[in-house]
Ligand binder design. Structure first.
Ligand code: DGL
Length: 272
C-alpha cells in the first residue's frame, strides 16, 4: 500500500503548486495528478455542480489505486465538505492546513483571505480562523479573474494587466492593514510576486498548495503510509482537456517539463 501513489486533483493547473511542494518534501512518493482542465473554473459554479465534479475527480483517482487524496483546490475544499467522509482513503483539502498557518503567522490579528467566489461565499477559511482564535479579524475578497490570468499565462509581475487586476482586487485589503494574506486558491501562488509587489514585504503570503502538501506529508507519516523506497517517485498527470496546453503551462508551475507523463481522460460521463 505505501508504494501506491498519492492522488491530487484540482479544477485545472492550480493544484500543481501542491505537487511541486510534495515532490520537494517527499521525493520518493509516486503522484497521480488530475486537472479538470475542460471544466475549469469551478469557482463560479453552483454548489451541486462543484460537489458532482469533485466526486468524479476523487473517484477517478481512487480507480487508479491511490493511498491518499488531496483536493488541491480551495473551491472543492470549501464546498464539497462531505467528500472526506465518503472516501475509503485518508483525505485532505486545503482550508484547514492553510487557515492554521495563517493564524500562526499573524502578528496584528488582521488576516486577508482571497479565493474564488464560491470559496469566499462559503466563509470556509474565515470560519476556520475564527474557530482557532475569535479575536482575529478576517477580510475577504473574491478574485475570479486571477484564475483566468493564470490559466492563460498572464503571470508576469511586470505585466500591466496583472498589476491592474491585483490592485483592483486587493486595494481594500491593503487599506485594512492586514499583515497576513491567505492565497486561498491554489492558482494564486503563481502570481504571488505581483501580489507581494503591491502589498509590500510586511504582508506574509500563505500559499494553500504549500501548506497542504506539508500537512499531507504529516498525515501520511501518522498513518504509516509513507513510501520508504529509496528510489525517486514518479508523477503521472491526467487532464480532461488537451494534453498540449497542459504540458505548456504545467512547466511554468513546476519549473520542469512533464514530458510524456500526461494523458487525456474524459470524466464527463463518469457514472458517479
Ligand atoms: N484552483 C481552484 C481553487 O483553488 C480555483 C480555480 C477554479 O475556479 O476552478 O479554488
Amino acid at each position: 500500500m505505501s508504494e501506491n501513489a498519492i492522488g491530487i486533483f484540482d479544477s485545472g493547473l492550480g493544484g500543481l503548486t501542491a505537487v511541486k511542494e510534495l515532490v520537494r518534501v517527499l521525493p520518493q512518493e509516486n503522484i497521480i495528478y488530475f486537472g479538470d482542465t475542460a471544466r475549469v473554473p469551478y469557482g463560479n459554479r453552483s454548489r451541486n455542480t462543484i460537489i458532482k465534479y469533485a466526486r468524479q475527480d476523487a473517484y477517478f483517482l481512487l480507480s487508479r489505486g491511490v493511498k491518499m487524496i488531496i483536493a488541491a483546490c480551495g473551491t472543492v475544499s470549501s464546498v464539497a465538505v462531505g467528500l472526506k467522509d465518503e472516501l475509503p482513503v485518508p483525505f485532505t483539502g486545503v482550508v484547514n492546513p492553510t487557515a492554521a498557518a495563517a493564524v500562526k503567522a499573524t502578528r496584528n490579528g488582521r488576516i486577508g483571505v482571497i479565493g474564488t467566489s464560491a470559496t469566499v461565499n462559503s466563509n470556509s477559511y474565515k470560519n476556520e480562523i475564527l474557530r482557532a482564535n475569535r479575536d482575529i479579524t478576517v477580510f475577504q475578497q473574491d478574485c475570479p479573474l486571477f484564475v483566468s490570468l493564470v490559466e492563460n499565462s498572464f503571470i508576469s509581475p511586470e505585466d500591466d494587466i496583472v498589476r491592474l487586476v491585483v490592485e483592483r482586487y486587493l486595494q481594500h485589503l491593503k487599506a485594512e492593514g492586514i499583515d497576513t494574506l491567505i492565497l486561498g486558491c491554489t492558482h494564486f501562488p503563481i502570481i504571488a510576486q505581483a501580489i507581494r509587489n503591491y502589498l509590500g514585504e510586511g504582508v506574509t503570503l500563505i500559499d494553500s498548495g504549500r501548506e497542504t502538501a506539508l500537512y499531507a506529508a504529516n498525515l501520511l507519516q501518522e498513518q504509516r503510509l509513507l513510501n520508504t523506497s529509496s528510489q525517486t517517485g514518479c508523477c503521472r498527470y491526467y487532464v480532461s482537456d488537451t494534453v498540449e496546453d497542459f504540458r505548456r503551462v504545467a512547466e511554468i508551475f513546476l519549473d520542469h517539463s512533464v514530458g510524456n507523463e500526461v494523458s487525456h481522460i474524459n470524466l464527463e460521463h463518469a457514472n458517479i
